[in-house]
Every structure is written in structure tokens, then in C-alpha cells.
Design a protein around this ligand. Structure first.
Ligand code: KIV
Length: 260
């Protein structure tokens, strides 16, 4: 049965943890879907892990659409969510509607994700939700604001900063977001927000008490050159791929492959 947005809320009520991973192409998406991941996020982190940019800022809406179409073709069960990239929704609610509308119409993804909270995003999210577009929020560390934040640092460390993130999460829920990513915040703040909201929280570096967890798949597979402190590699594909390629090159040079 395909995963639905009402089902995510039901899972929160049942304390059934929600699994989320990122994908950037058909092959990865198909593997994640077949392995049973609930939600596949076409995160704009693909700018860094698949396209070689040093931040998420340069990726365009057209590039996100291209990757999301490929992901969607590989998925039959998971809910597919696509990040709206930097400067494709911040200008106005109208701009956000146009960008999010393209995502749903052209890719088949079921929802979009936007970074930021009260007050900037509230009006925009209300407009999207009223138009029937499901929105996932994203607070705490917001990679699209990396220059303003001065790096990929943990957010919400002082009581005032923690209170602001909590208020943002509450405002996003009131605006109609169906779930919220909590990125790189203290675990007790992740816990508090998860307790106060009726919509699911999906943590990444936000402690064990969120309603679900997300990681960037390149980090999970050990494909990234550098990992954030909260990531856990479950495989070392950099090593596996390097070894496989070296073995292939050696066999071709030694006339072992192809066999005679
Ligand atoms: O772009 C992304 O991969 C994300 C996750 C880190 C949540 O937003």
C-alpha cells in the first residue's frame, strides 16, 4: 500500500517511527523503496552529494524537477517529497505556488519541503496548503541559510534560540504543514517540539525522540567525503567502489578481463 500523508500522522499517534531517506536518481530511489523506507526526500542536498556543488544554493528548480522525475519512476510505495530550492519560493507566495505546482504536476511527487518558519514562511505555506499542495516544514539548521548562519552549526543552543525554534514549529503546524524536519538541534528541544506538535517531526541530528528520522543517503552508504557529526554510515561504498574499480583496471591491464 502506498504511504499517505494521513498515515504519517496515524503513525505518530501509534508511536510507530517514520523512516525517511534522501534520493537523487531512479536506481537509488528504487533500492530505498524496495527496502521499505516510508518517505523518500529528493533533498536539495543532491546539489552537494550528486552534483558536486559546495552548498545547496546553486541548484535550480529545473534540476530538482529532473531528479525528482527520475526518483518518482523508481518508487511505488514511499511518499515522495521534493525540496523547493533556494530562491524559488522566498520571493512571494505566488512564486512558491508556481514552483510547487510545477513539482506536483511535472514530477508526480506528492509534497514539497520548504525551509524556514515564522514569520517569513507562514503566509506562503498557508497559500500552498489552501491550493491543495502538501508542505513539509524545516526548522533548526537550514542549509539554504548557511551564509547567514555562518556554517552548518547546531541551532537552538540558548534558551531564547530554542524558544524561537519551538515557536516556528508551532506556527508551521498552524499554517498547515503536514510534518516538520528538525535539523541539528539539541535532543531535548527535539523531544519538546515532538511532544507539543500533533504533526510528525522528522529529526536529523535532533535526538531519538522525534517521530521519525531522516539522513542523507550518501552519508548512510558511506559515499560522502565528509559526514555531519550526527550521521551514521551503515556501509562504506567509497571503499567498495574504489576497490571494484581498481580490480577492474588491474584485470584489464593484465589481460585477465575479458576472459579468453
Ligand atoms: O536536502 C536534504 O537532504 C535535506 C535533509 C537534510 C533533511 O533537507
Amino acid at each position: 500500500m502506498p504511504v499517505t500523508i494521513p498515515q504519517l500522522r496515524q503513525w505518530k499517534q501509534q508511536s510507530r517511527p517514520i523512516t525517511v531517506l534522501t534520493a537523487w536518481d531512479w536506481a537509488i530511489a528504487a533500492l530505498l523503496d524496495q527496502a521499505g523506507v516510508d518517505v523518500i526526500l529528493v533533498g536539495d542536498s543532491l546539489a552537494m552529494v550528486a552534483l558536486g556543488y559546495s552548498t545547496t544554493l546553486p541548484i535550480t528548480l529545473d534540476e530538482m524537477l529532473h531528479h525528482t522525475k527520475a526518483v518518482r519512476r523508481g518508487v511505488s510505495r514511499a511518499l515522495v517529497v521534493c525540496d523547493l530550492p533556494f530562491m524559488t519560493y522566498q520571493e512571494s507566495a505566488q512564486q512558491a505556488l508556481h514552483s510547487a505546482g510545477r513539482v506536483l504536476k511535472e514530477t508526480g511527487a506528492q509534497a514539497v519541503k520548504v525551509e524556514g518558519g515564522y514569520p517569513a514562511m507562514i503566509d506562503t505555506i498557508e497559500h500552498l496548503v489552501q491550493a491543495g499542495i502538501p508542505v513539509m516544514g524545516h526548522v533548526g539548521l537550514r542549509p539554504q541559510s548557511v551564509h547567514q548562519l555562518g556554517g552548518y552549526w547546531q541551532q537552538g543552543k540558548t534558551p531564547a534560540a530554542a524558544a524561537e525554534i519551538l515557536q516556528q514549529a508551532i506556527a508551521l503546524q498552524a499554517a498547515g504543514a503536514f510534518a516538520i524536519i528538525l535539523e541539528h538541534i539539541p535532543a531535548d528541544l527535539g523531544h519538546k517540539i515532538s511532544q507539543q506538535l500533533s504533526i510528525p517531526t522528522i529529526g536529523i541530528g535532533a535526538g531519538p525522540h522525534c517521530d521519525g528520522q531522516v539522513l542523507v543517503t550518501a552519508d548512510v552508504l558511506g559515499l560522502s567525503e565528509r559526514q555531519p557529526p550526527f550521521a551514521k554510515p551503515y556501509a562504506n561504498l567509497r571503499q567498495t567502489i574504489t576497490q571494484a574499480v581498481q580490480d577492474y583496471c588491474a584485470e584489464v591491464k593484465n589481460h585477465q578481463f575479458p576472459p579468453t
